[in-house]
Design a protein around this ligand. Structure first.
Ligand SMILES: [Zn+2]
Length: 78
C-alpha cells in the first residue's frame, strides 16, 4: 500500500495494521478503508480520507476505533 500523505494519519493506519486490522485501498476522496476483520464486528470499520479537514482529529478517530475493538478482544493476536 502507498503511504498516506499526512504523517498523523499514516501513523494511525500503521497502528491499526499492527493491531491486526486490514486496509483496503480506495479511490477519489477516500484514501482507503480500515476494518478489523472480525466477522461479528460490523461497526469496526471506517473510511480513511485523503484530505480530511482536520488530519490529527481524523487520526485520533482511527485510534479510538481500533482501541474499542482491542477492548472487547483483549486476546487478539498482534
Ligand atoms: Zn473489531
Amino acid at each position: 500500500m502507498k503511504d498516506h500523505p499526512n504523517k498523523h494519519i499514516q501513523a494511525a493506519i500503521e497502528y491499526a495494521l499492527s493491531a491486526g486490522w486490514h486496509f483496503r485501498q480506495g479511490k477519489g476522496h477516500a484514501f482507503g478503508r480500515l476494518y478489523c476483520g472480525t466477522h461479528e464486528h460490523h461497526e469496526h470499520q471506517m473510511s480513511v480520507w485523503s484530505t480530511p479537514r482536520n488530519p490529527e482529529n481524523h487520526a485520533r478517530q482511527i485510534h479510538r476505533k481500533v482501541n474499542i475493538c482491542r477492548l472487547i478482544t483483549p486476546d487478539r493476536q498482534e
